[in-house]
Design a protein around this ligand. Sequence first.
Ligand code: F6P
Length: 524
Amino acid sequence: MSLPSINPTKTEAWKMLEKHFEEMKELQMQDVFSEDLNRAERFKIEWQSFYVDYSKNRITEKTISLLSKLAKEVKLKEAITQQFSGEKINETENRAVLHTALRDFDNMKPEVESTLQKMKLFSEKIISGSHKGFTGKAITDVVNIGIGGSHLGPEMVTEALQFYKNHLKIQFIANIDGDDVAEKLKKLNPETTLFIIVSKSFTTQETIANACFVKNWFFKNATEEDIQKHFVAVSANEHGANEFGVSKNNIFPMQNWVGGRFSLWSSVGLSICCAVGFKNFEELLKGAFEMDNHFKNEDFEKNMPVVLALLSIWYNNFFKAESEAVVAYSQYLNKLVPYLQQAVMESNGKSIDRNGKKINYQTGTIVWGNVGSNSQHAYFQLLHQGTKLIPTDFIGFSESLHGNIKNHNILMANFFAQTEALWEGTHNKKIENSFKNFEGNKPSNSILIKKLNPQTLGSLIALYEHKLFVQGIIWNIFSYDQWGVELGKTVAKENLNAIENDDISNLKNDSTKKLIKQFSFFQK
Ligand code: F6P
């Protein structure tokens, strides 16, 4: 069955929200906390070791109830059931969307179980050193070669779980930038390095070119038969991986119902397993599984992904906020934003609805940000005193992993201070100097988690996965394709042809022609 395809702007709830917005848009909301002593209690969700406070938003109870009504009218509940039950909700690619099946410990598919088993055995051999390289030495370095979803998730998680890491050094070659590849290879010894080529399609230009380059580098010291000890592949295209030279045994399968940007839970997570061990990887999956259950079963108004998605819709579609920031008060999460950028913007950057019609409302928020407290000394000026409304998610943890409580308390005091300062501003204070005035009324969500560990990280990632799904359903778009990345790939091939053959005559665009001419001239 197809997903419901309801234009959200035609619903009764949307019309009511438009009216409600007229009442809300000019309100300076700072005083609501003194007027309603229950506000912080009412607008919070406690779940496992998560505490989400969304009281510092430009909302009332009516806002939340109208937004929930919107979710009901677009048949969100039905869509959730369709996704989890494996219906082909990625209609434009005729595929199911089942990254949740990769962590469904209640009902694990045999192919998922066998792949997990294969990842476990392999990563254990790499970590223990029983897997030997071509000169009999243990592996010391693991390099993930892949891009997009075959890079961002594993890198973000590996970085986030650094505290739980073993002795192996993990690197990521993603960019086709040859200088970056050279810099990374400079630090590697072919005798002790394992390369994991990760590409669902095994046709991605950057990954294949980088993998070929690395293979040639390897052959400077090793032979064709040594390849089996140093190259494994993660792919849904077994034939392609095989053609490249990876033996069947060394190929970790991927299912076509796993989208690239949701694939870190699959064999794409092999570098994570090597970095932190299978047990921790399993904990990560369990955390995501717990969040899946919360998302599936909780009422909308107490459902973290749903509430965060609805708030985002409120600002995006009614306040016309164009972007939202994510600021994690943990250096470990410094790769979270690039990961979310792919997840959110590749999924929801769409302008055709599920009926194939051009959309005349805003979709796809721009996600940006960096870690706190660094960000406070960079772009927070704009959040506080700029002209744009930028709702912000603050993420932080109660425990310091290394026990540096003094620093950690300063860090988190800043987290709490920023959400308060953004909200209160200098409201009700007499400020003589207008340059020192803070309007306040700037919304934020505070996501406070007890401790960063594999399980809570899994839940956090799944929270954002489900949030973007909810938004896609409400916006009436297909979140799980990414046709928008294809055109650029075709044009790049034409341009590469022109560069390699030193012939720009077939290029269409005069600006591009001149650029390529100049590029070649500079190269000579
Ligand atoms: O170009 C975008 C994209 O298709 C992403 O969706 C995907 O994560 C990435 O390329 C890499 O694809 P693959 O794993 O097939 O190499």
